[in-house]
Design a protein around this ligand. Structure first.
Ligand code: SAH
Length: 359
């Protein structure tokens, strides 16, 4: 190492308990401390609070490593249903969003996997300024730990449906899944975790082989390649047929039912004919149980796209059911705080730009 190079500080919150053991043993600490440290980090505790760890050890960790939880920049709480939306800032000033939701069967946290997104979906706020960088495993885990600490509630389930394309940050997301499900950490069952993807086909196949039985949620949004390509550029690389084949493979390998997301956009994909086509495509492509989540478009001013009314959405749902496809219209939690992801980060980017270039 040359003189002016600072040694890289270890991101120890991204380590598995086993890796942590090796790391702290090298620092001269007893191996069993790894489990304690791992448990504390899963609670989002700062080093100062880890009182059953010797002070000298905590000091060593501070010097050798980098441990910084996402900081709450902004927090919005829905008056309607108590949904909490966070804008978190990361060590380098990048911002991401998470949403904490309460359902009858438990709580769920929607986390971001990248700062921005490179996928270019036409209707989505997260991709408007492109992708800045991938999040590390600790930055994804940190959102969950910070939200649990702030709300004082257990996070029962996770959905990777925030900012970013999780399969475009594959290694860190896989690592995150192992960390968040570890019994000594947050211990969230893999069956309570959903990963949403726009359809990176080779990565869906890789995921099937990881031994991580998460629910795969696929953003379909159209039942023909022309419409889908116009809404989602990724479809030009991996078309609907190849995507459904990968979904079928995921089901065959993991035994987990695949669910499909279909955002209804007025005049683009919300007619009865499209519902018929969707049912036909799914039946032919999947030949196994699957479920469609219908989402009413959350209007993003910059895109010029609009949402159909509730009646039309209901007609679409019924048409799918008539054709033998289970479908639900997703309940919108936190509608008063605009709880879908991407918009707070955009606002923050715009505010910063204004500060940097006044007038
Ligand atoms: N990159 C992942 C996760 C993205 S967000 C994916 O593409 O699946 C989760 C879901 O919200 C996706 O289905 C996405 O297509 C959808 N979505 C994005 N912007 C939306 C908007 N403005 N209104 C409704 N749904 C939207």
């Amino acid at each position: 190492m040359t003189e002016n190079q600072t040694p890289q500080r270890a991101d120890f919150m991204s380590m598995t308990p086993e890796e942590l053991e090796t790391f702290i043993t090298a620092l001269g600490e007893k191996p069993y401390r790894a489990g304690q440290l791992f448990g504390w980090m899963a609670k989002g505790a700062p080093l100062a609070e880890m009182t059953n760890l010797p002070a000298a050890f905590r000091k060593k960790l501070e010097e050798a490593g980098e441990y910084r939880l996402p900081v709450i920049e902004k927090k919005l709480v829905s008056r309607i249903d108590g949904t909490v939306k966070y804008l978190f800032s990361l060590a380098d000033g990048e911002c991401v969003e998470s949403v904490f939701m309460r359902y009858e069967h438990g709580t769920s946290l929607c986390v971001s996997s990248q700062a921005g997104c490179a996928m270019g979906c036409r209707f989505c706020a997260s991709t408007l300024n492109g992708r800045v960088r991938n999040l590390t495993a600790s930055e994804i885990l940190g959102q969950a730990a910070a939200a649990a600490r702030d709300t004082g509630e257990r996070v029962d389930g996770i959905v990777l449906m925030g900012i970013g394309e999780p399969l475009d940050n594959y290694d860190n997301v896989i690592r995150f899944l192992r960390l968040v499900s570890a019994p000594r950490g947050m211990g969230i069952g893999l069956r309570h975790i959903s990963l949403s993807t726009c359809g990176l086909v080779p990565r869906i196949r890789d995921l099937a082989g990881e031994g991580l039985p998460v629910t795969l949620s696929v953003s379909l949004h159209a039942a023909d390649d022309e419409t889908r390509s116009s809404l989602m550029p990724v479809n030009r690389r991996y078309n609907i047929a190849s995507l459904l084949e990968a979904c079928r493979y995921y089901f065959d390998t993991t035994g987990r039912r695949v669910s499909f997301e279909y955002t209804l956009i007025a005049g683009k994909n919300d007619g009865e004919a499209e519902a018929d086509r969707l049912a036909a495509v799914l039946k032919k492509g999947m030949r196994c149980p699957c479920h469609v989540n219908l989402i009413l478009l959350n209007e993003v001013a910059e895109t010029g796209l609009t949402t159909p009314d509730r009646r039309r959405a209901e007609a679409f749902r019924q048409q799918l059911e008539r054709r033998g496809i289970n479908a639900t219209i997703r309940r919108r939690l936190g509608s008063d705080i605009n709880a879908s992801c991407g918009q707070l980060r955009l606002q923050r980017l715009a505010e910063r730009e204004k500060q940097e270039k006044p007038g």
